[in-house]
Write a protein that binds this ligand. Structure first.
Ligand code: V47
Ligand code: SF4
Length: 388
């Protein structure tokens, strides 16, 4: 949609003077402040916020919608921490439901993908008291020795903070050690909500917001990229979401190391926050749209379909989202255990491509750093059917 068309929609909407001025400001590409983000959350009609977010998305990326071909390794679900929203972790002494993979078992998993056109492995799990930095450095070295071009995106800042402290290494030293062993980039997990008054209620015992940011800054200082998440739709208020995005945007101004912002919808199945209702689809779409408008220095906005569901993820593509992740593996348990409809979150490339095309977008396979691997917009049904 071009600027003129969006301007016509704004002028034709019955808006307060403040909201009208804000829409025009957004349209002209100016950065919005925290009060203005609040105005969008509280007062703007969803269709209008969505139109503005979509305008920005199309200005940055046109119809290009990215996905990647990756697989996950979840080394363990044993965790020393006790986040109240987590349906996934188990205590160390829970022999029935806790799993811990040896380096050999994880390498078997890597070998399962030999010869398959995968560009990334995403390693993420609980925080196991006995899996230390040297254990994981050994794993990274073995993966790189086996498949040097496989990009390793691994370990949340929560896992890293624990590993570094246990090994008595500074964050800079620990990051360097893992980078040299083969770690290429960091996923965005563990950020939750930075505001201490919320963090203390939902995940009091793990690294705080300042520590999370500091660990990502250390990665960026080494030239590594990373993602950033935000867990929304639970007990936080709009002000906490804005504060969270504010801290990320400020750091991105300095380091430019973040690739993607990923708002994660809180799911309430089988955890200590099951009494907290989940957000509506309307609230989800609003979250993505405001994020696209506010996070002006983040190149990409990702909807993680295993947690949102395929159809809602498809809808977000009209509300600012330009990336739909893309795991094609069926062992990602973190969301299926939290109540996602996606009990078995695997989607073939053909299904992903179809999902993106149905939304009127252009499917582009990317690598972790958003280099184009393949444009699937013109592909015959026969070739599509052959893709796995
Ligand atoms: O930090 C845990 C979240 C995150 C629940 O960087 C929950 O590309 C909702 O960060 N409801 C880990 N969310 C996963 C993650 C991630 C996923 C995909 C891609 C990337 C990336 C990162 O999962 C945790 C936490 O915020 N989480 N429990 C729950 N009940
Ligand atoms: Fe552990 Fe992560 Fe679950 Fe928190 S969210 S309990 S750090 S696995």
């Amino acid at each position: 949609m071009n600027r003129q068309a969006v301007e016509t929609i704004i002028n034709g909407s019955a808006l307060s003077a403040d909201l009208h001025n804000l829409c025009m400001k957004i349209l002209s590409g100016e950065r919005i402040n925290n009060g203005e983000a609040m105005l969008l959350f509280e007062e703007a009609p969803l269709a209008l916020t969505g139109t503005l977010a979509n305008f920005i998305r199309e200005k940055k990326h046109g119809h290009r919608t990215y996905f990647n071909r990756n697989f996950h390794i979840e080394p363990t679900n044993v965790c020393v921490f006790s986040c109240k929203f987590c349906s996934y972790s188990r205590l160390y002494n829970n022999r029935e439901e806790g799993w811990e993979l040896s380096v050999d078992q994880m390498m078997d998993k890597v070998r399962e993908y030999d010869g398959k056109p995968i560009t990334e492995v995403h390693i993420v799990g609980g925080v196991h008291p006995k899996m230390d930095i040297h254990y994981f450095a050994g794993l990274l070295q073995k993966i790189k020795a086996h498949r040097p071009n496989l990009h390793i995106k691994g370990f949340t800042a929560v896992e890293l903070d624990y590993m570094f402290r246990k090994a008595k290494l500074s964050r800079a030293e620990g990051m360097k050690l893992l980078n040299v062993a083969g770690l290429d980039s960091l996923p965005g997990g563990g950020a939750e909500i930075f505001a201490p008054e919320i963090r203390e209620l939902i995940c009091a015992d793990k690294v705080d917001g300042a520590g999370w940011l500091d660990i990502h800054a250390e990665a960026h200082a080494l030239g590594m990229h990373s993602n950033a998440t935000m867990l929304y739709g639970h007990i936080e208020k709009y002000q906490h979401r804005i504060d969270h995005m504010d801290q990320l945007r400020a750091m991105q101004d300095k380091t430019k190391g973040f690739n993607t912002f990923i708002p994660l919808k809180f799911r309430n199945f089988d955890n200590e926050m099951s009494h907290v209702p989940e957000s509506s689809v309307i609230e989800d779409l609003k979250m993505y749209a405001v994020a696209r408008i506010y996070m002006d220095n983040f190149p990409h906005l990702k909807a993680y379909w295993p947690m949102l569901g395929r159809q809602n993820a498809q809808l977000t593509l009209s509300f600012g989202v330009n990336d739909i992740d893309g795991t094609i593996d069926d062992s990602t348990k973190i969301y299926s255990m939290a109540g996602s409809e996606e009990q078995n979150p695997s989607m073939s490339t053909a299904q992903l491509v179809t999902l993106i095309k149905q939304a009127g977008r252009q499917p582009i396979e990317r690598d972790t750093l958003y280099n184009e691997v393949r444009d699937y917009s013109i592909i015959s049904p026969e070739t599509l059917a052959e893709l796995n």
